[in-house]
Design a protein around this ligand. Structure first.
Ligand SMILES: Nc1nc2c(ncn2[C@@H]2O[C@H](COP(=O)(O)OP(=O)(O)OP(=O)(O)O)[C@@H](O)[C@H]2O)c(=O)[nH]1
Ligand SMILES: [Mg+2]
Length: 395
């Protein structure tokens, strides 16, 4: 099973409460306060791991709850801190904080007292309320949706009410998703010359919590886009050590596959093969087009065309439809540098189809290959590398 999007609930551990204790010992009269501090709660931490390729672990464990801190004890003993919960996620995981529907009692206000008192507010999606500590009191701040939308920094990928909190791209990168609560201080911290026996201690602070959406967008330099049966998986297998399933029926590949192409000087390029894209994918025809999220971060797109027209389609129509579907998913994908590649050039009809195709696509060069027979691949590899390096130098 391949999971690239999942909602989870995360909660950090609460801090342990401080202890109220008075020292008792033979021959020590009035030993004084001796309550220890509570331990801090464990945090929920995400760590990017390049050995993972999907979010299946979170699918089976959608509640991430870290350990609580232990309470303080007598004899000045502090409680143990709660253990952090470290969750490994694949590189390319984006974390969005989801809005929470909360019922909030209005703050006491003389004018709102009486019969005209408004009912408790229910925050809808898109509205965010935060409780902030101001001078020891809790103040309510509400960010209204309109204000969020007016902001010029709004990312168009953000769904209403969601907020991008982390993008874990490199192996080993960590992000504290929910911070553990601080432990409360024991009563020995509050002893003063005038109050030598404090009979109170601090409670522990609550740990952060929230609902999140994890979305995986694979990080690769090259993205292979094409109709089903165009030969994307065959090409991936020819270029790398990946062994995706290859078969003469459409939608053999059901989820993204990654391969690493290594050049003689050990320069590596990551290639992402995604399921076949067809006309109407934006209306959920075929496998839909959600899987295109995995090519959004690719530097170069390779548009792979079946020049033999095996499934009785015209390569030019395929090309137009593919670009159209890419645009409908995200218009920015059309600005991405792309290589147009004609596959299955070993077939007899391919040459005449290519001639026809080239008459219509005049500006963009077309690279001819036969992935199944390793024809044209050295030149194609070189062109991919040049395109990636060009892109890197302009970035
Ligand atoms: N003659 C010829 N056949 C090829 C070539 N490349 C791929 N094929 C054949 O085309 C068929 C489909 O190949 P795949 O690599 O599975 O195609 P795909 O684009 O990954 O297809 P989906 O996963 O369904 O989207 C297979 O039967 C391959 O053997 C080629 O260069 N020449
Ligand atoms: Mg395939």
């Amino acid at each position: 099973m391949f999971v690239d999007e999942i909602k989870i609930f995360a909660q950090a551990g609460h801090g342990g409460k401080g202890c109220v204790a008075l020292h008792r010992e033979a021959y020590v009269a009035k030993g004084g306060p001796s309550g220890g501090n509570g331990g801090g709660g464990g945090s929920v931490i995400l760590e990017a791991d390049h050995d993972l390729n999907n979010l299946i672990n979170q699918f089976f464990k959608p509640r991430l709850i870290a350990q609580e801190g232990e309470p303080g004890m007598g004899k000045g003993m502090d409680g143990h801190a709660g253990r952090d919960l470290i969750i490994k996620v694949p590189c390319g995981t984006m974390v969005w904080r989801l809005p929470r529907k909360e019922t909030i009692e209005p703050l006491p206000d003389e004018e709102t007292e009486g019969p005209s008192k408004p009912p408790p507010m229910i925050l809808a999606a898109g509205e965010r309320a935060t409780l902030r500590s101001v001078g020891g009191e809790r103040a309510l701040e509400i960010d209204w949706t309109d204000e969020i939308e007016e902001s010029s920094t709004v990312d168009k990928d953000v769904r209403p009410g969601e907020e991008l909190v982390a993008d874990l791209t490199t192996n080993g990168q960590r992000f504290v998703l929910c911070e553990g609560g601080r432990g409360g201080l024991g009563n020995r911290n509050f002893a003063t010359s005038r109050r030598q026996t404090p009979r109170f201690a601090q409670p522990g602070e609550p740990g952060d919590e929230g609902d999140f959406r994890f979305e995986l967008r694979i990080i690769a330099e090259i993205g292979l886009v094409g109709y089903p049966n165009a030969g994307k998986s065959t090409l991936l297998a020819a270029l790398s050590r990946a062994r995706p399933k290859v078969a003469p029926y459409p939608f053999t590949t059901l989820h993204p596959q990654i391969g690493i192409l290594e050049y003689e000087d050990h320069r590596r390029l990551t290639i992402c093969d995604v399921p076949g894209l067809i006309e109407g994918a934006h209306m959920n025809v075929g496998l839909g087009h959600k899987f295109l999220r995995h090519i959004r971060r690719c530097k170069i797109l390779v548009i792979l065309l079946d020049m033999a027209g095996t499934d009785n389609r015209e390569p030019w129509d395929d090309y137009k439809n593919l670009l159209n579907e890419l645009e409908l998913y995200d218009p920015e994908l059309l600005n991405r540098p792309r290589l147009v590649v004609a596959n299955k050039m070993d077939e007899a009809v391919s040459e005449s189809n290519l001639k026809k195709f080239k008459r219509r696509i005049t500006k963009t060069p077309v690279i001819s290959i036969a992935a199944a027979f390793d024809l044209g691949l050295p030149k194609f590899k070189q062109m991919m590398r040049e395109a990636v390096e060009d892109e890197e130098s302009t970035a």
